[in-house]
Design a protein around this ligand. Sequence first.
Ligand SMILES: NC(=O)c1ccc[n+]([C@@H]2O[C@H](COP(=O)([O-])OP(=O)(O)OC[C@H]3O[C@@H](n4cnc5c(N)ncnc54)[C@H](O)[C@@H]3O)[C@@H](O)[C@H]2O)c1
Ligand SMILES: O=C(O)C(=O)C[C@@H](O)[C@H](O)[C@H](O)COP(=O)(O)O
Ligand SMILES: [Zn+2]
Length: 367
Amino acid sequence: MPVIPVSLAGRSYEVRVGTGLLADLPAQCGKLLRKAAVPVVTDETVKGLWGETVEQALAAGGFAARWFVLPAGESTKSWASLEKLVDWLLAEEVERNDHIIALGGGVIGDLTGFAASVVKRGCGFIQLPTTLLAQVDSSVGGKTAINTAAGKNLVGAFHQPSLVLADLGVLATLPRREMGAGYAEVIKYGILGDIDFFAWCEANGAKVMAGDAQALDYAVSESVAAKARIVAEDERETTGTRALLNLGHTFGHALEAQTGFGDRLLHGEAVALGMVLAARYSARRGYTTQPDAARVTAAIAGAGLATEIAGLGLNCSGQQLAQHMLHDKKMDAGTLPFVLLRGIGDAFLDKQVALDDIAAFLAEQLA
Ligand SMILES: NC(=O)c1ccc[n+]([C@@H]2O[C@H](COP(=O)([O-])OP(=O)(O)OC[C@H]3O[C@@H](n4cnc5c(N)ncnc54)[C@H](O)[C@@H]3O)[C@@H](O)[C@H]2O)c1
Ligand SMILES: O=C(O)C(=O)C[C@@H](O)[C@H](O)[C@H](O)COP(=O)(O)O
Ligand SMILES: [Zn+2]
């Protein structure tokens, strides 16, 4: 079983990738579970599909799951959900050294991690990611957040989990559209820093999308290892290294905001479009070549993901889309550093981007 360490001074933890990890939960968690009652946060869909497995595994180890179940979907990453969850955790008398379990996709992981960061000024949590996206990205690295009226992930904290168990078996029930959204964050690691992994994705993306066990194991393990390396180097996104994980996200978050954080455009789908835009904009600026941008576009289209924002029916101008970017967390004294490409596998942070030029570029892409 691949075990990937996330090495942080004094707070290192493991990401275990394998099959059957949920059914083996008490043994996997070991001493992290200290009390008979274990708080488990999930969404309605995941509870219906995987709740029984978790409940029975805990019961077999002498534990009782205490469930907090939220509606599925991006709108759950809200102030309202956070308030309800925090009140519930306090009513459950969760202590600092306890661990809350987050069972679900990135929405549940981000929200539960944020709640864990503020309850009693910080208690423990364990990530049980159940989407491809959560296994390869959101469960690792400690970014937690909710969305607000002003934009995506604008309120949150860095708070690392104590353990991540990526059970590949749970992906069997994941709809194809959600697999595609997760695959966007997989291929991101290739585009931003590893041309060999990108080429592997070009050759094996269809297998990953079809749920091939070996391909999934490799894709998840390689993605987690790539993220762990970056997070270990720049945990709090202060040096610019971690910001590279934001490839496609400045465009993507603007698209998510414009479409109202709903089912119309999933986070991974927005990131896929954002990476195409970042590649095309990099070519327009002369940093990379048109053939590179076309290769990125083709690899993303090959996974069944949309690559043209003109097809989204956004009904807005390039300027309006660019306005959303003013709230980006990378914003620094009036300039917005953008993750661009010098080539496939060679992302960098460009601090010289003019938002008016981005707006003009977006207007062309929308036409
Ligand atoms: N913290 C980070 O570093 C980070 C990284 C990437 C994305 N994110 C965030 O993650 C969120 C997106 O995560 P997501 O794509 O996992 O979305 P999600 O949590 O909404 O899950 C997607 C859908 O899949 C369902 N689902 C989950 N597991 C399932 C399973 N095994 N079988 C069937 N259905 C299942 C859910 O109920 C939901 O309807 C966004 O809010 C994004 O901002 C955070
Ligand atoms: O872990 C990171 O760092 C990332 O940027 C991963 C992204 O895929 C993720 O969507 C993250 O939540 C975006 O970060 P944000 O700081 O722009 O909200
Ligand atoms: Zn993302």
